[in-house]
Design a protein around this ligand. Structure first.
Ligand code: CU
Length: 188
């Protein structure tokens, strides 16, 4: 305290002094802004709940799979679901579905052959622990949770071979858990 310059000189003229009422005004503005932001957040969350933008957790909707009720299955009983024979299949209506099973430390099928330019609906599940399914060079990246089916539809635009990696640490062989997706030119 003693080595401070004498207060009789006052602040330099270029710097306006912050009076008590100036600070009070700034704080009131900030408090008002915070109140407005809090109100906006509250009403937007409330509105999304009321309008149903937040997906319900009841498991309704989504993809319907024979042998899989509400996207849930027993990981120990995959044999009674379409995942018993993993791979690509063409339905009678011409749609394509790909079933993939992730298990420590591989994907089944290890090599998935798909045509380019056609929408393919993927269904992926885990036979044991939590895995990931990420196809490099695409925006495919899902969590593969045991007991649940991850479903999405995608269309590969370019032919070529891409790696499918597990991006969720699943054990000692995790770094070897690499599959392949071979995208072929569609048959005429
Ligand atoms: Cu893994």
């Amino acid at each position: 305290m003693t080595d401070r310059p004498s207060s009789t000189q006052g602040p330099p003229p270029s710097v306006p002094r912050l009076e008590h009422h100036t600070l009070e005004r700034i704080e009131t503005v900030w408090l008002g802004l915070a109140t407005v932001i809090a109100l906006l957040l509250f009403t937007s969350v409330l509105a999304s709940f009321l309008s149903g933008t937040i997906p319900s957790l009841s498991g309704e909707g989504g993809h319907q799979l024979t042998g899989v009720a509400k996207g849930r299955l027993d990981p120990k009983d995959i044999a009674s679901t379409p995942f018993a024979t993993p791979g690509l299949r063409e339905n009678p209506d011409g749609t394509l579905e790909a079933f993939v099973v992730a298990k420590a430390f591989a994907f089944d099928p290890p090599v998935l052959r798909v045509p380019a330019g056609r929408p393919i609906t993927f269904h992926i599940t885990s036979a044991d622990v939590m895995h990931g399914y990420q196809v490099e060079g695409t925006n495919i990246n899902v969590n593969v949770i045991p007991g649940q089916v991850a479903s999405f539809t995608t269309t590969f635009r370019y032919t070529g071979t891409r790696s499918a990696v597990c991006n969720e640490y699943c054990g000692t062989g995790h770094h070897n858990m690499i599959g392949r997706v071979i995208i072929e030119a569609p048959k005429p």
